[in-house]
Design a protein around this ligand. Structure first.
Ligand code: SF4
Length: 341
């Protein structure tokens, strides 16, 4: 075995760079990302013409190249598959593959924002994920179903790991062949990170996790989100959306008795006046031990209608796979509890 092949073990998708000529390495990464590199690999059949020593390198990488591995798979009745991935340092993150062809990826181990209703923020942030660790989540998801959309909505706040996430966006375009227009970066915002995002060459669509349009309540609910005034955050998000040419998705996790009153609707519509956006009301997926619940269906529908009547597009998103513990961070939370018990 050559030295070059030995250094590939656990080197991730980017480990193929430099080990093979760039054109061949890119084609190989695309085949891996498409889930089309079985082992043993029939090089000729896949149209990848490699010299014998290059075949050795690629086969070795295929046997042990990825930096992440699936430790647990949980399937729900609606077809959602949640994967618990083990990282090289023993830490765990989650990835969700949804039957609509979307993969919800994590960007950090844990999360610093600490939203009161979310399991991912319960223990703070442990570290950022590398772009390999982000891209590989789609590789794993593609092994369980067809994936042609990516949402950066899993564990972590992507703007806190901006360089690696934006590098992943470009790599997902080039290696996984999913356009940035089918990738959504979901953030709690902050004027500076939103302005910085505009400087990258390859940019995804934007979702702004608002959850409430009331400044004081947002500080309670999202205690460590950026403290910029909400109109400034929304204006920065709008400017980004206009730059990339897609409306901003405003995310609103619906919490009974917290953000589902007529006054909440009024504050939201006032905040969004003149903004090129639509509102995505997310039905809350309960987390064990947290004191939150979704409003009843009637109230959810009434809120959507009220927002639409003010001329703002609005949709309802039911959380995928509640029986697969698909609430953000829940599978990892259970794994942590079991490990400590
Ligand atoms: S909802 Fe998102 S931003 Fe808030 S704690 Fe969970 S992962 Fe972090």
């Amino acid at each position: 075995m050559s030295d070059a092949a030995d250094t590939l073990i656990g080197s991730g998708l980017s480990g193929l760079r430099g080990a093979l000529p760039e054109g061949k390495a890119l084609l190989a990464r695309r085949l891996v990302a498409a889930g089309r590199l079985p082992t043993p690999f029939d090089f000729d059949k896949q149209g990848l013409r490699l010299a014998p020593d290059e075949q050795v390198v690629l086969q070795r990488w295929l046997d042990a190249g990825l930096v992440t591995k699936v430790e647990q798979e949980s399937r729900s009745k609606d077809g959602t598959v949640k994967l618990l991935l083990a990282l090289h340092d023993g830490k765990k993150v989650e990835t969700v593959a949804m039957p609509i062809g979307a993969c919800c990826v994590s960007t950090q181990v844990g999360c610093a924002v600490g939203c009161r209703f979310c399991a991912s923020g319960l223990f703070g942030v442990e570290r950022h994920l590398s772009s390999d660790e982000i891209v590989e989540q789609i590789v794993h998801a593609r092994r369980v179903m067809r994936i042609d959309r990516v949402v950066f909505m899993g564990m972590g706040e992507p703007s806190h790991n901006l360089d690696n996430v934006m590098a992943a966006v470009a790599r997902i375009r080039d290696e996984v062949l999913i356009s940035p227009r089918r990738q959504t970066f979901s953030t709690v915002g902050g004027v500076k990170p939103l302005e910085r995002m505009r400087t990258f060459a390859v940019r995804p669509c934007l979702a702004l996790s608002l959850h409430t349009a009331n400044e004081a309540r947002r500080r309670e609910l999202l205690p460590r989100a950026h403290k910029d005034p909400l109109p400034d955050i929304v204006a920065a998000a709008d400017a980004y959306g206009r730059d990339v040419g897609t409306p901003v998705q405003i995310e609103w996790t619906m919490l009974a008795g917290i953000n589902d009153s007529d006054q909440d609707v009024d504050e939201l519509c006032t905040l969004l006046q003149g903004v090129r956006c639509y509102v995505n009301f997310i039905v809350y997926n309960p987390v064990d031990g947290l004191p939150f619940a979704a409003p009843d269906r009637e109230r959810i529908v009434a809120m959507v209608r009220a927002v639409k009547s003010r001329g703002i597009l609005a949709t309802i998103r039911d959380s995928s796979g509640p029986d697969a513990e698909a609430a953000c961070g829940q599978l990892r939370l259970r794994d942590r509890v079991q490990a400590s018990g």
